[in-house]
Design a protein around this ligand. Structure first.
Ligand code: FES
Ligand code: FE
Length: 453
């Protein structure tokens, strides 16, 4: 049974920065989240470079549902549920590959890589000619589209176009995806691991929590003789009305992940030359400020990354208190091979499953999950999301969103939970700024009354 919207609103008081941890552990809320958030939002599937050839496929999830992303012979990309129409078995158990068809290993129904049912064993004897193949294809996503090589899909035919959904986030995404003419490339292999916690802990941290780094990562930064100087704290957080969030340094510092393997003697590395070359190109394309953005981001609901630091990831929900991290190492397509190899090594040592930085974060999320699972009082108290409240008033010419005065702010988290609450409590598609502008009557698909940024 659906949870009363008024009850959910008391749990998520984003305006006053008071949020109940029940949203991270409650089974009913989780089931509603799968239906209201993951079944409607545009979700990241794969990048072009992961499925470059005709018939390439990649197995992923949309919320809790397994999905196959498939490149067809004509170069287009489609996606459908990886669940057989006969008894719901996965028709593809490989993580990725190249295939023109998928045969279910239960009774052998076979589908082409567009999802059409093409063969049923003993069809005539078993169904006596009554099985309509055309009505038994794998269930397709309702809409699929891409932005600068990133493919997204939604199960909701009513969802606004992807560009409207991304809204102002494209401004920040471009500063990462469009630095050089070749854009980005995902290196082969996905690092996957499980955390016993709630997926939103990862999403909200990557979207806006610069605050944790000084303490949580003190030992890993210390182990590599990295000191966080005052410049590391120069920057701002951007909270977008669409629920997407980001934060970035304005100091123009180099990638901490790449630098972490470098000891203080500052020896020259091949990446230095590439960084300098790239910066000159990026400044031409993006302007001097955006060319230097380094930080963290979350595209609502569960697609995160560290722009400028070689890592993108999906937080796949696996239950109220369990999620999988799927981590991708991302490089500049135009970078020399030596730099790509160095980036992969550095990213694995720092942000891989057992990476020195990553394991700091995982320990926090896992321990919080344990407390919420076992405790009663720990579930009942409200968590404090008040940092920077009422002070998101910074102007930065041309930079969209509500901007914080410093990089320490929980404005992004409040924006994330505001959007989450809208999805959870709206019967129709929640308000989306760009769609509202496009609608003839100016109201778009709004179902909430307060639209102001
Ligand atoms: Fe797939 Fe029976 S479940 S063929
Ligand atoms: Fe961290």
């Amino acid at each position: 049974m659906a949870i009363d919207p008024d009850e959910l609103k008391t749990l998520v008081d984003w305006e006053n920065g008071q949020i109940s941890p029940r949203i991270f552990i409650d089974e009913e809320i989780y089931r509603q989240e799968l239906a209201q958030v993951f079944d409607r939002a545009w979700l990241f599937l794969a990048h072009d470079s992961m499925i470059p050839e005709p018939n390439d496929f990649f197995s992923t999830y949309m919320g809790g549902d397994p999905v196959i992303v498939s490149r067809l012979a004509d170069g287009s990309v489609t996606a459908f549920l990886n669940a057989c129409r006969h008894r719901g078995m996965k028709v593809c158990r490989a993580e990725d590959g190249n295939a023109k068809s998928f045969m279910c290993t239960y009774h052998g129904w076979t589908y082409d890589n567009e999802g059409k049912l093409i063969n049923v064993p003993m069809s005539e004897e078993a169904y006596l000619g009554d099985l309509d193949y055309s009505q038994n294809g794998l269930l397709k996503v309702a809409q699929i589209d891409s932005y600068r090589g990133l493919h997204f899909a939604t199960f909701d035919p009513e969802a606004p176009p992807l560009l409207d959904y991304l809204g102002d986030m494209t401004f920040y995404l471009d500063s990462f995806l469009d630095q050089t003419p070749g854009g980005i490339e995902f290196l082969p292999g996905v690092i996957k691991w499980t955390i016993h916690g709630n997926w939103k802990m990862g999403a909200e941290q990557f979207g806006g929590d610069a605050y944790h780094a000084v303490i949580t990562h003190a030992s890993s930064f210390g182990a590599y003789n990295k000191r966080r100087d005052r410049d590391s704290n120069m920057g701002e957080q951007a909270a977008l009305r669409e629920g997407h969030t980001t934060g970035y340094s304005l100091a123009g510092t180099k990638s901490e992940l790449r630098d972490i393997l470098r000891h203080e003697d500052g020896e020259h590395q091949p990446s230095d030359d590439w960084e300098a070359e790239k910066l000159a190109i990026a400044e031409q394309r993006l302007g001097p400020e955006r060319a230097k953005l380094r930080g963290h981001m979350n595209v609502f609901p569960n697609f995160s990354g560290l722009p400028g630091q070689a890592n993108l990831r999906i937080w796949h929900p696996k239950g109220p208190n369990k999620f999988e991290i799927w981590s991708f190492t991302v490089v500049d397509k135009d970078a020399p091979d030596e730099v790509k190899r160095g980036t992969q090594l550095s990213a694995t040592v720092t942000e891989g499953a057992a990476g020195v930085v990553e394991s700091d974060d995982g320990e926090n999320w896992d321990l919080i999950g344990q407390l919420l699972e076992q405790g009663h009082r720990t579930r009942e108290m409200k968590w404090n999301y008040t940092m920077g409240i009422g002070k998101e008033d910074r102007m930065h010419a041309g930079f969209p969103g509500k901007l914080s005065r410093t990089i320490m702010s929980e404005g992004p988290q409040r924006a994330f939970y505001r959007r989450w609450l809208e999805f959870m409590t709206s019967a129709k598609w929640p308000y989306t700024p760009k769609s509202a502008q496009a609608a003839p009557n100016g109201t778009g698909s709004a179902t909430v009354s307060e639209h102001a940024r």
